[in-house]
Design a protein around this ligand. Structure first.
Ligand code: MN
Length: 479
């Protein structure tokens, strides 16, 4: 059990810094800076997340085994089993992503690469947290890379790492990762939406200040100790929401929202009642995530109200604790709660785990069994990390995420509109299939094309994503 109470810059951490500096001494980053800048940045991020000492040390050393002469044995001798285990996990995760086939050697039980990836790291969730810190620094310094690499890393960040942060309820991290990545994946759209949000905030600022004051006064009068602040929607979440609402900005009511933080759960409902006595709630837009938390453990009350001046505002009401968890998620509670909870759960002291922790326990148990060479029925795992999504693969092993129920043409148009426009057939998992077959998690999809094949009106029936529909529409008149 790592010791949480040691000061952040313990002698062990200093020793890790010295060893990493020495190991990386002749290496440079793409920015031209000494390589050690990167592990030190990862260290700082992990410290900001209040991770335990072993995790911080592993973060400092995370690139040494792969990129320097330092070995896992060296690390084990110097810092012990736990740090070595974490560094090994991060290294393997890197290799796994470079070459998915490597997984055969230690995870022969499943052919589902994404699941394998999760299990390969999941036996200690701290591996994922180090990986997220690593990815955050790489995202922050993406501008130093050539454009094609920027796009590739940004896409992967958007498709895998930002959703992973979301699954761990690390809201602040998710927003930063997604917005940086999106600014590289679709720079024009990013700029457009960013300006739109800023413009909207400017226009709404005055009215919002008034509302804030009104609410503050009422809560104060009712002796409710509350903090109110504005919350600004992130660019990428607006992008996703607009896609859901046919690009109709008029349907987006939470472009700006006010957040109320109160001392306890009772005060949350009290504040909600007071708000509704002041403004008219839009009934269908009241959400009680306190009684029914989101799958990732997120808790809050949401309500959208209309003021007498016809202003529509969303309110989010939560306790300080819920707020901390929404912002920092698993990293916030990991050592303080997760270990204790799962330990108590395993010993039968408590009957239920919060759902957000349950999947982690399952993942850890499955991984431990696999490592011991025992069989695991992976289908029984409730590994619905991305419940509304499936991950499929190109024959080269690139991961493509699609909404559940997607069809081969959705996949083809996602790869490239040129490919989508010339589809002549599809092979799924190496076998000839047809365009009506719904894709499933882990399928390897190979699109066959023919130069003289042209897109057809009837294809609309074999498409479910708006992206593919839009591309097909653009192509049809050209015939
Ligand atoms: Mn790294």
């Amino acid at each position: 059990m790592p010791d949480n109470k040691k000061p952040a810059n313990s002698e062990r951490i200093e020793r890790a810094v010295a060893i990493a500096t020495e190991a990386h001494k002749n290496q440079l980053r793409k920015t031209g800076e000494p390589y050690i800048i990167h592990p030190l940045a990862v260290k700082k991020i992990l410290e900001e997340w209040h991770m335990d000492e072993d995790t911080i040390i592993a973060g400092i050393l995370h690139d040494t085994v792969e990129d320097t002469d330092l070995t896992l044995d060296d690390i084990k001798k110097e810092f012990g089993e736990s740090v070595a285990f974490l560094v090994d996990g991060v290294t393997k995760l890197g290799q796994v992503r470079k070459n998915m086939d490597n997984l055969d050697t230690y995870l022969p039980e499943t052919k589902d690469n994404f699941l394998r990836l999760m299990i390969a790291t999941g036996n200690d969730i701290r591996v994922l947290i180090i990986k997220l810190a690593d990815r955050l620094h790489n995202a922050r310094t993406l501008s130093a890379l050539p454009p094609d690499k920027q796009k590739k890393i940004a896409t992967e960040t958007l498709e895998i790492f930002a959703p992973l942060a979301d699954r761990l309820n690390m809201g602040r991290l998710r927003v930063e990762l997604a917005d940086i990545a999106f600014s590289y994946v679709d720079p024009k759209r990013f700029e457009y939406l960013k300006n739109l949000i800023e413009e909207n905030n400017k226009q709404a600022a005055k009215a919002l200040k008034e509302i804030e004051k009104e609410v503050k006064d009422l809560l104060k009068k009712e002796k409710l100790d509350a903090e109110i602040s504005g919350r600004i929607k992130s660019v990428y979440s607006l992008h996703k929401k607009l896609a859901k609402h046919n690009q109709n900005l008029g349907e987006i009511y939470d472009l700006t929202a006010l957040r109320i933080i109160v001392p306890d759960v009772t005060s949350c409902y009290l504040a909600l009642g007071l708000l509704h006595s002041l403004y008219t709630p839009m009934n269908e837009r009241i959400k009680d995530y306190i009684a029914k938390p989101k799958q990732n453990g997120y808790q809050s009350l949401h309500t959208t109200v209309i003021t007498p001046k016809k202003k529509i505002v969303e309110f989010q009401i939560r306790t300080r604790e819920m707020h901390e968890y929404a912002e920092r998620g698993l990293a916030a509670s990991f050592y303080y709660n997760e270990q204790k909870l799962t330990e108590n759960y395993k010993q039968g002291k408590i009957q239920h785990l919060p759902t957000n922790l349950l999947w982690i326990t399952e993942l850890q148990d499955a991984a431990a069994k696999l490592r011991e060479g025992k069989k695991v029925d992976l289908k029984k795992l409730r590994l619905n990390l991305f419940a509304d999504k499936i991950f499929v693969y190109t024959p080269k092993g690139d991961i493509i995420d699609l909404p559940k129920g997607s069809l081969p043409l959705d996949f083809a148009f996602r790869l490239h509109s040129e490919i989508g426009g010339h589809v002549s057939g599809v092979k799924i998992n190496g076998k000839m299939s047809n365009l009506n077959r719904r894709l499933e998690q882990g399928d390897v999809v190979e699109i066959l094309t023919a130069k003289n094949q042209v897109p057809h009106e009837s294809w609309f029936e074999k498409i479910i994503t708006s992206h593919a529909r839009q591309k097909l529409r653009q192509m049809l008149p050209k015939q």
